[in-house]
Design a protein around this ligand. Structure first.
Ligand code: ADP
Ligand code: MG
Ligand code: MG
Length: 514
């Protein structure tokens, strides 16, 4: 990685230039829905009782440089990654073996598996599954100094920020090109002005996946036939609503599909399965229009990925109710489980068992090796294992992160905290965690972020790239649709361990390829 690319990027801003740019970003964000509902930390309790306020999403003022070779490779591998995770989901026995190793130590995983077993016992009535995936990477600086693409994780549920990341790209691109002529928004810099950030069709990709599932559902299974719709299952307290609206708007306006939002806590009240219909269609009665009933073709889960969404047995009943219905799930419980960090660790294990080739039968071996080379070393923590040794030694722990089977950010343990944390847990619980070597991205880049409370931060940053993909498949493994498109760049201070925009660690960013 060439030091010179970064050495004076982004351009320095005078106080007046920074004020101008921050105002431009703040206003552009609200004008264009690059926004989130404010957290209680920003709006004190009682100030926004009617929930009318919105603020800019945390966002960088400049797009960040990202190596073109890594960006292109991540894009090139997305469809094969889609296929890999569809294939894992189809192999209930293999996945079940992994899950069984977690059941004793992880109630959340155990309960998900119970939902699957309950529906399996009754019999699944939908053989199609939809994946809206995001594969996350960093550009690792290898010993030779060249950047190498390394996967942070693969997300199979609630892969978010497609809507907002497309808008960040639009904002940076507009600031660079509008008005025509020398940029009045940014001081000149050769890297910044060498090209416009790459197109970001995340909204088109993700909504096309949902539309494809809607179409594949076929005709109504009700008598008389009911109008069909897509339902987004969301968290009642969701703040990232505009990201989700970007997808539902596209579904409504471009694909002409009715879309409704149902909070996870309202699922059992607002949806039902008629007991006299063995096809088990999922029916939805909008509370604002109780005389109309829709049949749900596709359920897009932006909830139920965390134990926080499952606070009572009623939430688990709701999840089982959705899973047993004829709606196409994005994701199914099995597909959600395939996204466990443990699965990623087992895939990366150099045990001699080549899981990757087994799941990608018929795929060009050189392509499989390219997927494999994106894995960073990962270990389990069984007795006498290398993972346990690395985790408990304070020196080697410094180069690692410890991950539980969770999504949504804020769950990992880092570096020097690892040995003490493990020792605070009963040894029997250690198998619920995986140890991963830290990816080491170039940290000599800088950027300026406007946080959603208006704070402006400038400093050394590191970035994480996500690539979106969609896949629709039958439980036999037959693939009906496999596509990729669009990206997310999240950037955080280099001293920050965690990632995640919603979790409050990163800012949305754009990409400048070099
Ligand atoms: P989650 O599913 O909660 O998002 P991740 O595996 O993505 O879990 O971890 C959260 C964050 O931790 C990432 O966004 C990244 O910033 C950091 N992280 C995770 N794994 C690594 C790694 N191997 N090297 C460096 N940072 C990592
Ligand atoms: Mg995740
Ligand atoms: Mg993540």
């Amino acid at each position: 990685m060439t030091q010179s690319i970064y050495s004076n990027y982004p351009p320095e801003l005078s106080a007046a230039q920074q004020k101008f740019l921050v105002t431009a970003v703040k206003d552009w964000a609200i004008q264009n829905g690059l926004a989130v509902r404010p957290s209680p930390a920003i709006v004190p309790a009682g100030t926004d009782q009617n929930g009318v306020l919105a603020t800019n999403a945390p966002v960088t003022l400049f797009p960040s440089p990202f190596p073109r070779t890594c960006f292109d490779e991540a894009t090139a591998l997305q469809e094969i990654y889609n296929e890999l995770y569809a294939s894992i989901t189809c192999n209930e026995e293999w996945l079940g073996d992994i899950v069984k190793g977690l059941i004793e130590v992880d109630d959340f995983v155990a309960n998900l598996w119970k939902v699957h077993l309950a529906v399996k016992k009754e019999g699944y009535v939908q053989n199609l599954s939809l994946g809206l995936f995001r594969s996350d990477y960093m550009a690792h600086v290898s010993a030779t100094g060249d950047p190498a693409l390394k996967q942070v994780e693969f997300n199979t549920i609630s892969s978010s920020f497609g809507g907002l990341s497309a808008r960040v790209r639009q904002m940076h691109a507009e600031f660079l090109t509008s008005p025509p002529g020398p940029s009045i928004n940014y001081p000149f810099h050769p890297l910044l002005h060498s090209e416009v950030p790459p197109e970001n069709p995340a909204v088109e990709t993700l909504s096309s996946g949902l539309a494809r599932a809607h179409e594949a559902y076929g005709v109504s299974k009700s008598t008389p036939a009911l109008p069909l719709c897509v339902v987004f299952v969301v968290q009642a307290t969701e703040r990232n609503v505009f990201d989700q609206h970007a997808l539902s708007e596209q579904l409504k306006k471009v694909h002409n599909i009715p879309v409704f939002r149902v909070a996870s806590v309202d699922v059992l009240e607002q949806t039902f399965i008629p007991s006299d219909n063995s096809a088990r269609p999922l029916l939805y009665r909008p509370p604002h229009s109780p005389e109309s009933t829709f049949e749900v073709t596709t359920l897009y889960l932006r909830a139920f990925y965390s134990p926080d969404d499952h606070t009572s047995s009623r939430d688990w009943d709701a999840r089982t109710h959705l899973e047993r219905s004829a709606a196409i799930k994005c994701p199914t419980v099995l597909n959600q489980l395939s996204g466990c960090k443990k699965v990623q660790q087992v895939l990366a294990e150099p045990t001699g068992l080549d899981h990757l080739s087994a799941f990608l039968k018929g795929v060009d071996p050189s392509l499989i090796e390219r997927v494999r080379s994106t894995f960073a070393p990962q270990y389990d923590l069984s007795a006498n294992s290398k993972g346990r040794e690395l985790a408990l030694n304070p020196e080697t722990a410094m180069n690692h992160v410890l991950k539980p089977q969770r999504e949504g950010g804020g769950n990992n343990i880092y570096k020097s905290d690892i040995p003490g944390f493990l020792q605070s847990l009963p040894e029997s619980d250690w198998m619920g965690w995986v140890l991963m070597e830290l990816i080491n991205p170039a940290a000599n880049a800088q950027n300026v972020a406007l946080r959603n409370d208006g704070e402006v931060l400038r400093g050394d940053v590191i970035s994480e790239l996500g690539i979106y993909g969609t896949i629709l498949w039958e439980d036999t493994g037959k693939i009906l649709h496999n596509n990729h498109g669009g990206y997310l760049l999240r950037t955080k201070g280099k001293e920050v361990n965690e990632g995640g925009v919603a979790a409050g660690f990163s800012s949305l960013d754009g990409v400048l390829l070099f």
